[in-house]
Design a protein around this ligand. Structure first.
Ligand code: ADP
Length: 337
């Protein structure tokens, strides 16, 4: 059966408003066991949790009071409608979403076993997000983005890969700042080599890049993740390279200065979404004033705020329910001893 698509046009957020951040890529449902420390086979039941890093980032921006949108493809099924509804309910523009009548919304069953191993099982054979075609992109919306943010899962297979490349090009041509968080998910790639090659294939396009310490090690093949290794990822178009270090905060690199910003100490219960919360908060701070990137004291302030958002996100289960508002974050920072 040929896939047909429909686009929804109603939404809450006006992309013409100042500082529109558009994220691109996958949104899916994570199924997590109702009890912890079991294998997928042993799990007595699963809870559904909306996920997908680019969608989380859009919601993180919206929670900050920013204008955000998400572009990608979902299945024309109950889960697809549900996910679009969650975005809308959070004030995220959904005019960049289309629905595939033939393929389902992606599912990921994920568990942390008692032996500490993470076990994944994906339903992507293929899933709707993988089938987004270049001709289905909402170019008018993409051209309104002041920041266009993406990951690497949308680079894995065609036709989504071509759609991703076209969307990036259009956004850039219209003047958007390109922001890249590779968000490595090795089990989704045919091989680690292909993951590295394809992640790096668009490296020199982005002006803001955020990697985690693990990603830095994977991409460079160097277990010493110091400044020299981070700087080996530098490219001439890059304005800001961020390395997140979990409970050790983050490091930042620009053309003219570098440094680190400490984490906030919290009792972490689930780190899912910390990186998305961090980058969403930072993008919401710089979207109306890119000059922050070149001003170290202001950049450090923005990164301190982003670290606070990341920390708060680890104190609650799940990603989306744990993304803080600006007011919550300011309150948290004020009360932090
Ligand atoms: P990712 O989710 O991309 O792997 P990190 O886990 O490094 O990213 O988290 C992003 C940011 O969130 C960190 O830079 C830090 O500021 C904050 N953060 C993450 N984990 C913790 C933690 N356990 N305690 C305090 N802050 C944290």
């Amino acid at each position: 059966m040929a896939a047909t698509t429909t686009t929804i046009t109603t939404n809450g957020t006006n992309p013409d408003s100042k500082g529109f951040v558009l994220t691109f890529g996958e949104m899916l449902i994570d199924f997590v066991p109702t009890v912890s420390g079991v294998s997928l086979a042993e799990a007595p039941g699963f809870l559904k949790a909306p996920g997908g890093a680019p969608a989380n980032v859009a919601i993180a921006v919206a929670r900050m009071g920013g204008a955000a949108g998400f572009a990608g493809k979902l299945g024309a099924d109950e889960f697809g409608w549900m996910l679009a509804g969650i975005l809308k309910a959070n004030g995220v523009n959904v005019e960049g979403i289309c629905f595939d009548e033939a393929a389902r919304t992606a599912l990921a069953f994920v568990t942390l076993r008692a032996d500490g191993e993470r076990e994944f099982m994906f339903y992507r054979n293929p899933s709707a997000d993988m089938l987004l075609r270049p001709d289905e992109l909402n170019l008018d919306l993409i051209r309104k983005a002041k920041i266009f943010h993406y990951g690497s899962i949308s680079l894995i297979v065609e036709p989504c890969r071509s759609a991703h490349l076209k969307a990036m090009e259009e956004a850039k041509a219209a003047g958007a700042l390109l922001s890249y968080d590779p968000n490595l998910r090795l089990p989704l790639w045919p091989s680690p080599e292909e993951a590295r090659t394809k992640i790096m294939s668009i490296w020199d396009k982005a002006e803001v890049i955020k990697v985690s310490d693990n990603e830095l090690e994977f991409l460079t093949g160097n277990s010493d993740i110091g400044d020299a290794t981070a700087m080996s990822l530098w490219h001439p178009n890059l304005k800001l390279l961020l390395v997140t270090l979990g409970d050790h905060g983050c490091r930042y690199y620009t053309k003219t200065f570098k440094g680190s910003v400490e984490a906030f100490k919290v009792k972490a219960v689930d780190t899912t979404g910390a990186g998305d919360s961090f980058i969403g908060a930072l993008l919401s701070k710089i979207v109306d004033d890119h000059s922050i990137i070149e001003d170290e004291p202001r950049l450090r302030e923005a990164l301190k705020f982003a670290n606070a958002c990341g920390a708060i996100t680890t104190t609650k289960k799940g990603a989306i329910p744990a993304l803080p508002t600006e007011a919550e974050t300011l309150e948290f920072m004020k009360n932090y001893a």
